[in-house]
Design a protein around this ligand. Structure first.
Ligand SMILES: C[S@@+](CC[C@H](N)C(=O)[O-])C[C@H]1O[C@@H](n2cnc3c(N)ncnc32)[C@H](O)[C@@H]1O
Length: 248
């Protein structure tokens, strides 16, 4: 999976490329993160990337031209490497809220270019001419697109076959099967008078699997009943699941 990221703060991405699961995936060549700073594509000596907003108001607006010149450089790099350019995605509070399903879609594109906004906004003409999709982290505003981009990239990289080491698995993660994950326990068996559920100590694999499925269903029904509805609509619930849900 190739990511190209247009950002005024490329150094921030070492948090993704150097550490943990995502750092290992980059090291192993399962994912690549190519960073593009619009300041490197400015024609003026002061490397101006922003200006005041027409109509007045606080804050600066990212100019269309440096961003568009950066995108041209990304596309040229793709051509040179015989890569068909994937979608161009702007991080924006106005975008579709990111989800596990979108993470899977992005993985299937093979490559994607993120545009990280900063300041008050990005010139609308750049968006109209270049952006294929807009993604949001949720209904709140952060100071730039870098953290949302890194979060989304992490979610995609986890899905690359081989990115998770032995003992780690995306298959049982929340949302993958449409439900929330079940509770987990580790040593000691008793902690502050709280014991690990007996079934997890018995070594009976089928019983453990049933308990985990039921806990997943129970938690999801209690915390996110909307997910139960969509799991049902998508045919992800078995007859046994439905029977169990009726007992709750
Ligand atoms: C300070 S914000 C601008 C917020 C904008 N004035 C608004 O109210 O919608 C600067 C940049 O951070 C990024 N950003 C902020 N919140 C975001 C969110 N919830 N999801 C994705 N990106 C976000 C966007 O790239 C945005 O252009």
């Amino acid at each position: 999976m190739r990511f190209d990221v247009v950002t005024l703060f490329p150094e921030m991405f070492s948090a993704l490329t150097r550490w943990g699961v995502t750092g290992r995936a980059c090291e192993q060549g399962l994912s690549s993160v190519n960073l593009w700073n619009p300041r490197d594509y400015c024609s003026d000596p002061r490397k101006t990337v922003d200006d005041r907003a027409y109509g007045g108001g606080p804050g600066m607006v990212m100019m269309a031209k440096p961003l568009e010149d950066t995108i041209s450089a990304v596309k040229t790099a793709h051509q040179v490497q015989h890569i068909v350019s994937g979608p161009i995605c702007l991080l924006a509070p106005q975008g579709e809220v990111f989800s596990q399903k979108i993470a899977t879609d992005i993985l299937n594109y093979g490559n994607l270019t993120f545009i990280c906004g900063r300041y008050e906004a990005v010139d609308q003409r750049f968006i109209d001419r270049n952006v294929d999709l807009q993604l949001s982290m949720g209904d709140f505003v952060v100071s730039g697109g870098e953290l949302p981009a890194m979060t989304m990239m992490d979610a995609v990289i986890r899905l690359i076959p081989g990115a998770l080491g032995d003992g780690e698995s995306a298959v049982q993660d929340s949302f993958i099967n449409g439900l929330l994950d079940y509770p987990h326990y580790t040593r000691p068996e008793i902690y502050e008078n709280l014991s690990v559920p007996d079934v997890l100590l018995g070594g009976h694999h089928a019983k453990i699997a049933d308990w985990r499925r039921q806990k997943s269903l129970e938690l999801t029904l209690r915390l996110r009943p909307d997910l139960i509805k969509s799991a049902r609509a998508n045919g992800l619930l078995s007859k046994e699941d439905e029977q169990f849900l009726r007992t709750l």
